[in-house]
Design a protein around this ligand. Structure first.
Ligand SMILES: Cc1cc2nc3c(=O)[nH]c(=O)nc-3n(C[C@H](O)[C@H](O)[C@H](O)COP(=O)(O)OP(=O)(O)OC[C@H]3O[C@@H](n4cnc5c(N)ncnc54)[C@H](O)[C@@H]3O)c2cc1C
Length: 666
């Protein structure tokens, strides 16, 4: 029997819960390094810690073999600037990101990433990931280096974004972690970080968790802990039943890492930043419709009558040749590439793209819908690279898009590939399948903020480190997540080697245990986790959306608290899975509170953070050009001020190179 429907038809009843239920049964696990979140960052953290000879445990919400945003693959790896073909240095790349974001990104994290991204990728190669054109599929292509057989994306001259055959990358890092003896605990829902004496702000000594299959309770004690749980995708929007819902995200991305960090007293920055939630479930399955962005960068787009949409460079000058779409233009240093966790680009580093006034030209009738990708106009190597190598390896595209379309007869050598038909504004960005106009304007997502970390990727809490894209201030995408995970794991292991034994506070464990099981005792007439999650998302959209003021934020906080103390307090869970989802709702409320409190602290509008205070409408007043680190001390919120370039100020050295040399631990 292969499907749910077949089962119901045959048995005429719902299946029994398939696992033994053991609510309240306690398992104790001791590790030197505990990694929370087994995505690509988490597994790399585990691998680098294990290579240092310490005992490592990973706590994962799904199954680490395929979990996370990177579980289904990757086709291009960013930040590998030290590869032998690159014309970009770590400093050039770091400054390009930092300056583009006017300082609102962790420069030190960018420097760490670019210093080690290529080394990390080569380690993946050793694990069995193909990172070179070893079969000479693209021999002689502009984007290939004949000596190393590396192939590049976005900028064929500067050569720092590497195209990879990464459909199996998650499986390979998983196998490596297992080979090194890492203990992986799948299907776990962490509820809290354990701290010395059970106190907020003290050394982190482990975590508690619930097994979402058996309901058992786990107490992990650890000398060092690394959080790698990705982002908080279900905070502003929750619509899992909508086709392609949250398909760029991950149902398990409920902000639990941020929540347990916040509740333990960790410090965060830029959590007031947000952006259009364009990947939230109202658009199309990733890469499933024609477009000219990311994996499809460079693809010719034509209208219903075959008229080609022109390309422009970063300065809005025409790009006449197809080759030019992949080259920096006059006045540019290099092209940074997209999908690196920054929302603004200075012109010197911006991509070539389709004409920005395409919406107006569609309205005037110059281009007729629908639009199509016409890959027949590409040179053969580019065509095979995009609809072949890239679509065949990109996350979530190998089977759903490449295989399905190919089996259905699509042939890029002769067929056109249709773009979605949306309102003209939807064509303002070359990524047609996920543009903001396909989603209600109120939909938002957190943008760019995360744990404030030092040059060791350590938080303000002793023993607590962070790796990853989604919840690290200065993190990025796939390669960045591997690299920061690897760096954080190495530092956590170094700390663990000399750290005192962790002492778990039994009162804290007992309190967590009784809190974790409350929902099981509730009357089943109350709300379930889906209603609660939808209510949280509604409150966030309404009261902490793009436009907000003191009143809406305070009302939002009140509503979140009411939800927590009424509907959530009386919500029920029928099985360990529902219990896990309800516990995630607690986490979502914590992250929502963190975002609202951060928003209250910034009494100024800020264009980079897409942060609009109606009561402080002046955009970017100079006095507010700073970070506002926020944390909880004894349950009370504390906010301080920090210069944007804090990572180059005492106690740190004044240059990136010197800080990296002092802290990299190599
Ligand atoms: C379709 C798609 C295509 C992409 N293509 C590219 C690309 O080509 N290039 C690129 O650079 N980037 C790409 N990305 C982005 C890239 O995959 C992510 O940036 C990267 O995977 C982030 O890694 P991570 O380990 O930080 O987070 P994730 O991969 O999201 O992993 C987080 C892990 O934590 C687990 N977790 C979550 N909550 C908990 C919890 N409460 N307890 C325990 N575990 C938890 C999750 O199950 C998951 O395993 C793509 C993403 C998608 C979705």
């Amino acid at each position: 029997m292969s499907t749910w429907h077949e089962y119901i038809q045959k048995e005429a009843t719902l299946p029994e819960w398939p696992y033994p239920i053991r609510y309240g049964e306690v398992n104790e696990v001791a590790a030197d390094v505990l990694v929370i979140g087994g995505g690509v960052a988490g597994l790399q953290a585990a691998i680098s810690a294990a290579r240092k000879g310490v005992k490592v445990a990973v706590v994962e919400r799904g199954h680490a073999k395929r979990s996370g945003a990177g579980g289904a693959g990757v086709d291009h790896w960013h930040g590998a600037v030290t590869n032998p073909c690159s014309r970009v240095t770590p400093l050039m790349y770091t400054n390009a990101c930092y300056d583009s974001m006017q300082g609102y990104t962790g420069g030190h994290v960018r420097y760490i990433i670019t210093s080690e991204s290529w080394d990390t990728l080569q380690e993946c190669e050793k694990m069995g990931v193909q990172i070179r054109d070893v079969n000479d599929e693209f021999k002689g292509a502009d984007f290939r280096d004949e000596e190393t057989k590396l192939t590049f994306a976005y900028d064929y001259r500067s050569r720092h974004v590497i195209r990879v055959w990464g459909y199996n990358i998650k499986v390979k890092v998983y196998e490596e972690a297992k080979r090194l003896g890492v203990n992986i605990y799948n299907r776990m829902m962490p509820t809290h970080l354990l701290t010395a004496d059970g106190k907020q702000g003290k050394r982190v000594v482990g975590a508690t968790a619930v097994d979402t299959r058996t309901g058992e309770f786990y107490v992990f004690s650890s000398k060092a802990t690394v959080i790698c749980t990705g982002g908080a995708g279900r905070l502003y929007d929750f619509s899992p039943e909508v086709t392609a819902s949250s398909s760029m995200g991950n149902m398990n991305a409920a902000g639990v890492g941020e929540a347990i960090g916040w509740n333990a007293g960790a410090e965060f920055v830029c959590m007031e930043g947000s952006g259009p939630g364009r990947l939230s479930g109202y658009a199309y399955a990733p890469y499933s419709m024609a477009n000219a962005h990311n994996t499809y960068h460079g693809t010719p787009v034509v209208d219903a009558e075959g008229k080609e949409v022109p390309w422009v460079d970063a300065f809005n000058r025409p790009v006449k040749s197809q080759q030019g779409r992949f080259l920096p233009s006059e006045g540019q240093d290099f092209i940074l590439g997209e999908g690196i966790g920054i929302s603004r680009y200075l012109e010197q580093f911006r991509n070539n793209t389709l004409i920005p006034d395409l919406p107006e030209r569609i309205i005037k009738g110059e281009f007729k819908l629908p639009l199509y990708a016409d890959m027949t106009r590409l040179p053969e190597v580019e065509r095979r690279n995009i609809f072949g190598m890239m679509v065949g390896n990109e996350g979530k595209t190998r089977i759903p898009i490449y295989d399905t379309m190919t089996r259905a007869g699509f042939d890029p050598d002769k067929d056109l590939f249709q773009a979605p038909v949306v309102t003209p504004e939807g064509y303002a960005h070359a990524n047609f399948w996920s543009t903001g106009v396909n989603t209600p304007p109120a939909i938002r997502m957190l943008g760019g903020g995360g744990f404030l970390i030092d040059w060791d990727l350590r938080t303000n809490l002793e023993g607590l480190y962070v790796g990853a894209g989604g919840n690290l201030f200065g993190g990025g995408c796939h390669g960045e997540s591997h690299t920061t995970g690897r760096y954080a794991g190495r530092h956590a292991a170094d700390y663990a080697k000399t750290a005192p034994e962790p002492v778990v506070d039994s009162r804290q464990v007992e309190a967590e245990k009784s809190h974790a099981y409350v929902a099981l005792k509730q009357d089943k007439g109350g709300n379930g986790w889906k209603e609660i999650n939808a209510a949280i998302a509604r409150i966030m959209r309404d009261y902490c959306g793009r436009y907000k003021n003191e009143q809406t934020l305070n009302l939002g906080l009140r509503l979140l608290n009411e939800l927590k103390t009424t509907e959530l307090a009386s919500a029920y869970a029928s099985n360990p899975h529902e219990l896990g989802r309800l516990l995630e709702c607690h986490a979502l409320i914590s992250v929502g509170e963190l975002a609202m409190k951060s928003s209250l602290a910034r009494k100024a509008s800020n264009s980079i953070l897409d942060f609009h205070r109606l009561d402080y409408p002046e955009m970017d007043p100079p006095g507010w050009n700073k970070l506002l680190p926020i944390k909880q001390v004894d349950g009370k919120v504390e906010v301080r001020e920090l210069p944007l370039d804090f990572h180059l100020k005492p106690p740190y050295a004044s240059t990136y190179e010197e800080n990296y040399r002092l802290h990299c631990g190599l």
